[in-house]
Design a protein around this ligand. Sequence first.
Ligand code: GLA
Length: 387
Amino acid sequence: MVENLKSQFNRIFGESEELHQFFAPGRVNLIGEHTDYNGGHVFPCALSVGTYIVARKRNDECVQMYSLNFEEKGIISFNINQLEFVEDHDWANYPKGVMKTFEDANCPITSGIDILFYGNIPNGAGLSSSASVELVTSVMLKDLFSHDVSMVDMVKLSQKAENEFIGVSCGIMDQFAIGMGKKDHAILLDCDTLNYQYSPVNLNGASLIIANTNKRRGLLDSKYNERRSECERALGQLKDVVEISSLGALTPEQFEQVKDVITNKVDRKRAKHAVFENARTIEAVERLKKGDIAGFGGLMNQSHTSLRDDYEVTGFELDTLVEAAWAQPGVIGSRMTGAGFGGCTISIVENKKVDNFIENVGKTYQEKTNLCADFYVVQIGDGAKKL
Ligand code: GLA
C-alpha cells in the first residue's frame, strides 16, 4: 500500500527521496451516541481502514495537496500565509483548517509541503473520514515541524478545526477515538473530563459487523445542531433546580425526579436520551468486562430504540437495517452508530452466523428500501501514527 502511494506521489509531484508517511483510522462507536457534547460517556474504537498521507517539505511557502479519492479536483495549492476557507478547495479545507489551528496554537508551519492523501474508509458512511483526515494531518504537522504537542492536544486541535474552520459543531468523540485508538480495544471516554480507559473487545466467538445503509445523509448538519440546541435548552431549565454543568452529570433516577422542569416535551425527550444513554454506556462497559456479551448487546438494542423514539435521529433506512438484524438468529445486539439520519449500523453477530446475517439482512433491506447495503467485519486498529 505505502510503496504504491509513494510511487503515486512521485508521479504527481515529481521524484523525491525525502518522503514521510502517516496514517489515521476511521472509527465506529459501539455505544454512547449523542452523549459526547452532553458531557457524557462514549465507547468507540478505531478501525483498521483510514487515511494515508505521503508528504515532503518544500523549500518555499507553497502547499500542494492531492487526493487519490478526488482526482477530478486535481492539485489544490495555496500559500502558508493564506490559510482561509475557500469553497472551491473542497475536501482540502479539512487539512487546511488543521494547519490554521496549529498556527493559532503557536505551532507554526514554517515551509510549504507537498501532500498526497488516500483514504479507504467508505465515503459518506458516518465512519469519520473527515476526522481521520484531520488527525493524519495533525500527526504529519507535528512530525515535519517538530512540534511539542501530545496526541490529546492534536485531538483537540482537530476538533477545533472542524468546529471553527469547517463550521460543524461536532463533539470530541471522533477525533479522540481516531487519535487515541488501540488495536483490539475500545475506549471508554468521559467527554466531560477527557478521562479514558481502554477495554479489550473480546466477544467470545462473535464479531462486530458494520452495515452501511448507503443512504445519502442530507440535512445532517442542521439536524445535528438542532439536537444540540434542544439539549442545551433542557440543560438550561434543569440548572434552575439542580447544580449540574452538563446532562452527563445526572443519573436516570435524578433525571426522573426533576424532568418536569423541562417545559418543552420534545426537549425533555432529548435530555432523557442523553441521560439514559450515558448510564447505558457505563453499564455496557461493565458487562463487557465481565464477559456478559448478551448484556452488552441488549444495551445496544436499547440504545437504538432510544435514538429512534426519544432522540429521533434514525429514519427508515437505519431502522429497517436494525430491525432486520434483530430478527436474525445469532444477533446479540444491533444499533445505529454515529450521528444518524443514514450512515451505518453496528451489530454483534455470532461468528458462525455472519454469512447468513449478511445475506438475509441485505436481502430484507433491499426489498424494503430499494437500496443495497454494504457489510464489513470490523478489525479494531491503532490510532493515528507515523508509518
Ligand atoms: C458525530 C459527531 C460526534 C458525535 C456523534 C453522535 O459523529 O461528530 O461528535 O456527536 O455524531 O454520537
